[in-house]
Design a protein around this ligand. Structure first.
Ligand code: 5GP
Length: 120
């Protein structure tokens, strides 16, 4: 089994967080270092290290992450002007925490989708 990260301890409430939502499949809490006024992480309760580890039996959890993102976007009032959902994976995706998570970012323009690489 892959090594747990700090997110598993947050999910189990062994470590403090600004938790906004939790059910039997997913947990959502505010990012400790917000990149925009609203920056929420939505994570599966089960330790799935990254998108590379998503299997068919995770489909309900992956769908729940999206419906919870939508619910929190409405609750935080960022739904009207829009927001961005991001899931980073692996080295090139610059994933830092090896517990799959969706970033919900809004409350201000999040900028262009990607800065194009110099070689393009
Ligand atoms: P990644 O780069 O892996 O997609 O994003 C990891 C995110 O987790 C970062 O935005 C980082 O600020 C956030 N993060 C890392 N450690 C903690 C923590 O202990 N608590 C909270 N709430 N967020 C964290």
């Amino acid at each position: 089994m892959a090594t747990e990260t700090i997110f598993s301890q947050i999910i189990r409430k062994e470590l403090p967080s600004d938790m906004l939502y939790q059910d039997e499949l997913v947990t959502a809490f505010r990012d400790i270092s917000p990149a925009r006024p609203t920056h929420i992480l939505i994570v599966p309760n089960e330790h799935i290290p990254s998108s590379n580890d998503v299997e068919a039996h995770h489909e309900a959890t992956m769908g729940r992450m999206h419906t919870v993102a939508r619910k929190l976007a409405v609750e935080t009032g960022i739904d009207k002007n829009g927001y961005r959902l991001i899931i980073n994976c692996g080295e090139h995706g610059r994933q830092e925490v090896l517990h799959l998570h969706m970033h919900l970012l809004g409350g201000a323009d999040v900028g262009p989708m990607l800065v194009r690489a110099q070689s393009e």
